[in-house]
Design a protein around this ligand. Sequence first.
Ligand SMILES: [Zn+2]
Ligand SMILES: [Zn+2]
Length: 658
Amino acid sequence: MNIFYYDVAIPIPIRETFTYECKESIQVGSRVLVEFRKKKVVGHIVKAVSKKPNFYTIQISEILDEEPIFKSNDIDILFWLADYYQHPIGEVFDTFCPPTLRKPVKRNIHSRNIQSEYKAFSNDKKVTLNKEQVESLEILNNLDGFDPCLLYGVTGSGKTEIYLRLTDTYLTKGKSVLILVPEISLTPQLEDRFVSRFGDNIGIYHSKKTAKQRYDIWERAQSGELKIVIGTRSAVLCPLNELGVIIVDEEHDQSYKQHEGFRFSARDLSIKRAQVEAIPIVLGTATPSLQTLRLVQEKKYKEAKLLKRANGFKPPGFITLDINDSQLESGIAKESLDAITNTLKENKQVLIFINRRGFSPLYECSSCRWIAECSSCDARLVFHHGLNRLICHRCDSAYGVPKKCPACNSSSLNLQGSGTERIELFLENYFEGTTIIRLDQDTTKKKGSLKEILEMVHKSESAILVGTQMLAKGHDFPRVELGIILNCDSGITSPDINSLEKISQLLIQVSGRVGRKENNGKVIIQTRYPEDKNLLELRSGDYLNFALNNLKQKKELRHPPYSAIALLRTTSPLAKHNINFLHQVNKSAKLKSDMSIIGPIPSIISKSRGNFRHHSIIQASSKIDLNKLIKNIIVLAGSWKETKKVKWYFDIDPIDYN
Ligand SMILES: [Zn+2]
Ligand SMILES: [Zn+2]
């Protein structure tokens, strides 16, 4: 009797696969039920083993799929992911398996060859393209094979119209299209545009959809019934049949990087997918990442440009407002308040950006300088007025608000500084009767609340919008004519290697929300560093020029994208355990002359949920070298006693250095 052997990936935090035996032949990419540590678990067949292993193997308990759920291309990509991010292979497979199929259930396979009709509604085609759009579309329509292309389009330049036309091109060829957005909140407006162009047979795939909805999209995409899928990170490997092109909207957006658990970049993964499937990929943005700009410069990526807004206007530049000698009211300068008054008089809307939610970020005693801090994190507590609680933004713990100072018993306790909530309350008083709309994590928690807020913005005439980064992302607010940026100074002065890239993108994105309908938009930056070289350079609103200069410096300094970086992070209840472990890494890792390890460094947030945090910055001149070095460290660390006392992980291509 024939016995077959297979390597199975099991969703556990171990970087290996396990060999099982089976009396039947199974296709690679199928799910099976296997016994592992006395439990039945769902695993994925990743490889057929040709020879009988020289160790004991257990029988596979059940074959769950008649047809593999992952094709051979997918398996190549998943192995690349596990290797590049040095993440356990079983967890990688699990991440890209729809939640329903993580359970031991059989699939209900859709009947194949469903003919679905897609036709662009002709009434929408009445939109005539301008010259730039025609030229860009021409470039994109002619991409062939693995052919990445940047679509650089200033805000309001009509990128979405280009996406729609490009999609039409591929549908006509019988191909399907995957469109990625960085955040769930951006799916509805794109969905609306696609539905009104192509009808409602469009799949929306993201983590707020139920497991059942996601599974349904997944099966319909694989069967070929769905030809358009719009989604976030989790949709990158959506198994669209006959995939023709991938469109990555807002490619620069840091939300494409998962910041917990499996820290992969969905943007980079989608590029890998395009490469493996040999198809074009379009990276759309008003503020290209330095990584993408470098590859355009080196002619590895093509480029299409939309430099003018579709209505012919240019996005506004910035006015810097020196606040060193200003009296601020809840963080807002007198000049800014006057500008708001004028804008409201003209029945227009104002957008106020502040990178901080809650009422006040600091609750302190004016007698002894005691400050309210979280007992398990190195974090100051933020006062939330609506909740009447002090909240830790690291671990979400809520504390009562003491009436007397716990240190000196004085009752002179004060709230310092402003967040969105305080500004909202202040504006409600100052501009009585004006609609004030707050957009942040706290006001959008409830399902459907974001949609309600956006509808309110569109319904209102004069209004003030107050919000965090959420305000800066891709939304279209046609009535906003004035933007005010309250605290970008920390971004300008931050020592992080990528802070300039982040802050320049943020400022340009905020200004992109302003003055979209008419040509008299204005953006004020309140700053204590009005002479800052970078602020002066950005003032014209010319992102590309700024970014190219930034890129030149990166090249001279050999910083990413001209080198590769990983953070090695450790956490433990005792700081010395972190330090000992990271010192051991320094002692043992084999570094070539172009590699370096800087650390141990206490992380900026040095304590979180009761654990101390430290990290080392590992740099190499290429991604391949970095990958080798990391593998070397992982092998070495397996035998150290220091390793057992810490939690540790690598963050490859980190975005967050805190
Ligand atoms: Zn005190
Ligand atoms: Zn905390």
